[in-house]
Design a protein around this ligand. Structure first.
Ligand code: UD1
Length: 417
């Protein structure tokens, strides 16, 4: 299995390009199931989760063409198996995103129920309840969600929690439903907006994406189109934190500051200078790195997918920080690993108290989930000596060529087999 070896202590300098967003690409690939002609996508990131989703769609009968620049063409003209098997869903929970499109387009879907995952139980009850409200008959049989509906009907759906993939699943299902669906307490994440923009180009009638009420007027059919996936705000945020931690000066091309306001505010509070134009962000830090409290919440508040990275920042900052996780029940697995690097972190329920230390010391650590792994890379970049990160397949799920991008900024990092 691959490992990353990092020799810490080098400030990052230079420019890199941010990839298309994983969390936008995954639902948009599923939207390909809705179209009667080919959907052509560009800026699809080359990631393990994307490959898994393409395999899943291929298993259903989707015709897929991918060129060397990750332009992807999807043709759902010949779907023969509207099913997501356990073997695929267990490796990637986002597979649940095929449920809404399959059901609304083909009247039937069979999708394995995702099990627990490293960051908590993560149920999909709200996806199911929403589809039932639209008239679907849903049974759980042998670990599978069996869903049927001749044609879904528009409905008013209130979800008592804000769910990102739940909003996306219901928005896709409603696009071909009979009548109008109103999603209340909808997720406002930029990836939901990107999906809505793609669906609108395909002929969907959607209003309000980006607000907490999304209205979808169902149409009879959707058509092929072309769409470029929005840039990955979490990848960008991760490199911004890396630079704030190591010091230096970095520019990120294909990065949008308007999608990262809460994160940039915290970086400034930590002592970094951040400036931007419409599609790039620059960061530098010269002075002391200061501790910052963070509390995760749905967009536009501070994202849970940046929590672990700010935990890493706080381990070497001046002061004591409180890091509170409100979205997932068990998203502090990186704490144990950071302690192996000498970090001083105490966990009290959903809050971690992080006392900044003058330095961390390199050690062997293990990646446990995607963002936790990224936080260990950041810690390794500032630790004295060598940090070896094992099980980095988690990182490859969501960061495109992380070692190449960091090397381009001067980091001493290599992948070993
Ligand atoms: C998405 C993102 C993930 C991010 C998360 C929160 C994708 C592919 N993944 O995950 O990177 O960390 O949003 O921003 O976009 N919940 C229920 N019942 C449901 C659905 C969700 O109880 O039916 C709970 C979850 O357990 C969690 C909370 O709601 O506590 C939010 O989860 P949700 O927004 O659905 O996360 P994902 O869409 O899985």
């Amino acid at each position: 299995m691959d490992k990353l070896v990092i020799q810490g202590g080098v400030p990052l300098n230079g420019e890199i390009r941010i990839s298309g967003a994983k969390n936008a690409a995954l639902p948009i690939l599923c939207a390909g199931l809705l179209a009667e002609q080919p959907l052509r996508l560009s800026a699809v990131p080359h990631l393990r989760d994307v490959t898994t989703m393409l395999e899943l769609l291929g298993h259903m009968g989707m015709r897929i063409a991918v060129d060397e620049r990750m332009n992807v063409e999807l043709d759902a003209g010949d779907i023969h198996t509207p099913e997501a098997p356990y073997a695929m869903v267990k490796t990637m929970r986002a597979s649940i995103l095929v449920l809404g499109p399959l059901l609304t387009r083909f009247g039937h879907a069979r999708v394995s129920l995702p099990g627990g995952c490293a960051i908590g139980s993560r149920p999909v009850d709200l996806h199911i309840k929403g589809l039932q409200a639209m008239g679907a008959e849903i049974h759980i049989e042998h670990g599978y969600i069996e869903a049927r509906a001749d044609r879904l009907k528009g409905a008013r759906i209130f979800t008592d929690l804000v769910t990102v993939t739940g909003t996306e699943n219901l928005m896709m299902a409603a696009a071909l439903a009979d009548g109008t669906t109103v999603l209340e307490n909808a997720a406002r994440e930029p990836e939901v907006i990107d999906l809505a923009e793609c669906l609108i180009k395909m002929g969907a009638r959607i209003e309000g994406a980006g607000s907490d009420v999304i209205t979808i007027h169902g149409v009879e059919r959707l058509y092929g189109t072309e769409h470029r996936v929005v840039c990955d705000r979490i990848e960008a945020g991760t490199y911004l934190v890396a630079t704030a931690m190591t010091g230096g000066k970095v520019r990120l091309a294909n990065a949008r500051a308007d999608l990262l306001e809460a994160v940039i505010e915290k970086l400034r509070e930590a002592g970094a200078d951040v400036e931007h134009d419409a599609d790039s962000i620059g960061i530098q830090r010269h002075g002391t790195l200061k501790s910052v409290n963070v509390r995760t919440a749905p967009h536009p508040a501070f994202p849970t997918d940046m929590q672990a990275q700010f935990m890493a920042l706080n381990t070497v900052a001046d002061g004591i920080a409180r890091v509170t996780e409100t979205i997932f029940e068990n998203r502090f697995m990186h704490v144990q690993e950071m302690r192996r690097l000498g970090a001083d972190i105490e966990v009290d329920g959903h809050t971690a108290i992080v006392r900044g230390a003058p330095h961390l010391d390199g050690a062997t650590v293990m990646a446990t989930d995607l963002r936790a792994s990224a936080s260990l890379v950041l810690a390794g970049l500032v630790a004295r000596g060598d940090t070896m990160i094992e099980r980095i397949y988690h990182i490859d799920r969501g960061y495109e060529r992380i070692e190449e991008k960091l090397s381009a900024l001067g980091a001493r990092i290599k992948r070993v087999h």
